[in-house]
Write a protein that binds this ligand. Structure first.
Ligand code: ATP
Ligand code: MG
Length: 256
């Protein structure tokens, strides 16, 4: 089972958008796909479920509750997984309450639990896509320990380039200390503006530094906002749109 985490400590670089749309591209390609939303903001959950995201139960908060309060009557993990309106695409929804659970989970050494949980789902899904909050905290660390692939969105901004190098070092450290299976599969260039000089130069510099920039870039498009508002991933929106084709092409160049 492919287990990918989309990670960048920087906020607003496109993690949730990319997680949901690549997961959707995978589902469209006939793979059985689970999106695991580890961000208390729940943006990926809302993107997939729309208004139903506010009431969906049980959610990740309940799942972590069970982890913290042992009970013989614990629900199996499968019960926390919900269908989405899209074929082959499932979600383990987030909830704002997980923000407060973090300290307890950390204090009780639950950092390897997510890895065990995903191992239980090995036969149910072909791919798991994990969306993470913009921080290097318990949730992101758990995800990096559980995953075998890491994708890093990059938004072509000078500040973010500096942070990128530090971030890749942290992922290397996590691989060395906790998870030999973890591989940085690539940097995803998002909101790329082909006509501007600076983004092109920055991407070339990353490539010259030997960083694994994926060959398919994602353009900036107002269609993304519409897609979020309608809670329909761009690959499932009607009409052939450039960005939908870009997500499918990006999915196709990912390592198997
Ligand atoms: N290719 C794109 N074109 C246009 N807008 C985009 C694109 N990618 C992302 N956005 C917009 O940028 C904003 C941030 O995207 P998103 O929520 O996916 O980032 P994030 O990294 O998950 O943020 P956070 O760190 O808060 O979780 C959103 O408003 C989204 O609509
Ligand atoms: Mg997000």
């Amino acid at each position: 089972m492919k287990k990918r985490v989309v990670f960048n400590q920087k906020g607003g670089v496109g993690k949730s958008t990319i997680t949901v749309n690549l997961a959707a591209a995978a589902a469209q390609a006939g793979r059985r796909v689970l999106v695991l939303d580890l961000d208390p903001q729940g943006n990926a959950t809302r993107y997939l479920l729309g208004d139903a995201a506010s009431t969906v139960e049980p959610h990740l908060g309940g799942f972590f509750d069970q982890m913290l309060n042992y009970s013989l009557y614990a629900k199996p993990t499968a019960e926390f997984i919900h269908a989405t309106p899209f074929d082959n695409l499932f979600v383990l929804p987030s909830h704002p309450s997980i923000a407060e659970q973090q300290t307890k989970l950390e204090a009780r050494y639950k950092i390897y639990k997510l890895r065990e949980t995903l191992a239980e789902l090995e036969d149910r899904f072909d791919e798991v896509w994990i969306d993470t909050p913009p921080a290097l905290n318990f949730f992101t660390l758990s995800a990096l320990i559980a995953a075998n692939g890491c994708l890093i969105p990059f938004d072509c901004d000078a500040f973010s380039r500096q942070a990128l190098l530090g971030l890749i070092e942290r992922v290397d450290e996590i691989r060395a200390d906790h998870n030999a299976a973890l591989k940085v599969e690539g940097i995803i260039v998002n909101q790329f503006q082909p006509r501007a000089n600076l983004p092109q130069r920055m991407v070339t510099e990353l490539q010259e530094q030997g960083l694994p920039v994926l060959p398919q870039f994602l353009s900036s498009s107002v269609r993304i906002r519409e897609s979020h508002e309608r809670a329909v991933p761009v690959v499932f929106m009607e009409g052939k749109h450039k960005l939908a084709a870009e997500f499918s092409a990006l999915y196709a160049v990912l390592p198997a």
